[in-house]
Ligand binder design. Structure first.
Ligand SMILES: C[S@@+](CC[C@H](N)C(=O)[O-])C[C@H]1O[C@@H](n2cnc3c(N)ncnc32)[C@H](O)[C@@H]1O
Length: 230
């Protein structure tokens, strides 16, 4: 299966914790860690990013760069609903997945909740027009555009999931220009999390006005990065 607009050719892969991801054929790149997609998502985005901010705001405004398979979004929806917190999730995705890929992914099977299957479909139906409401606590929009082309609201987001492909695959997304744009969209004290801990990336984030720390990574990865808007 090839998405007409997607420059990458994809293949389905079952990662070590049983959850699926997509690999980019011919590149050393994938949507999640091959050591466990679910585990990585939970560790990097939920535990390091979302958990410290839950219950701190009536409405939590969250930006994700790269909706991809929707796994981060699904885990975030579960946390919003379990904790009765309201999360407004603005995803940016340049190459939305075709429905054939979405139906192949086993993400909904990894959860016990009845509403998850429907939520997974709703997440992938989201566009920029209006928020899709999931169980009255998780609200998602998706801008089907490149991050380079998007104009972001200033000082708006409490949390950013930076989940682009890695800097070797997409160096154009790990630049001072992109991180400055994102940093300007964050409120003071807002958090950005990413799986990448390269020194050059951390220096670029600092130059964009973020305070950067390294945290222990999930299995198979030594470190990840969390940055705070000063
Ligand atoms: C590592 S994957 C994201 C995985 C995703 N967060 C998930 O939970 O499945 C990177 C994503 O970034 C998207 N992407 C690539 N270039 C982009 C760009 N210029 N702007 C926005 N998204 C982009 C890809 O299509 C892909 O879905």
């Amino acid at each position: 299966m090839t998405e007409p607009d997607n420059p990458f050719k994809l293949e389905l892969f079952q990662t070590s914790d049983g959850s699926h991801t997509l690999k980019l054929i011919g590149k050393d790149e994938q949507y999640h860690s091959l050591n466990g997609a679910m585990q990585e998502s939970q560790h990097v985005f939920i535990s390091a990013g979302l958990k410290p901010l839950l219950h701190k705001n009536d409405k939590l405004f969250l930006l994700e760069i790269g909706l991809g398979t929707g796994l981060n979004a699904l885990l975030t929806a579960k946390n919003a609903i379990d904790n009765q917190c309201n999360i407004y999730y603005d995803a940016i995705e340049a190459y939305p997945l075709h429905k054939e890929w979405i139906s192949e992914l086993n993400h909904p099977d990894l959860f016990d909740e009845e509403w998850i299957g429907k939520a997974f479909q709703l997440i992938h139906s989201a566009d920029e027009k209006k928020y899709v409401n999931i169980e009255n606590h998780f609200f998602i929009k998706c801008l089907r555009q490149k991050i380079q082309e998007v104009i972001l609201k200033e000082q708006y987001y409490h949390l950013v999931y930076f989940d682009a492909f890695g800097p070797d695959t997409q160096p154009e997304l790990w630049t001072k220009e992109i991180f400055t744009k994102i940093s300007q969209s964050m409120r003071p004290g807002a958090i950005l999390v990413t799986y990448c801990a390269k020194g050059a990336v951390r220096r670029t984030m600092k130059a964009a006005g973020l305070q950067v720390e390294k945290l222990a990574g999930p299995p198979g990865k030594r470190e990840i990065t969390r940055a705070v808007k000063i």
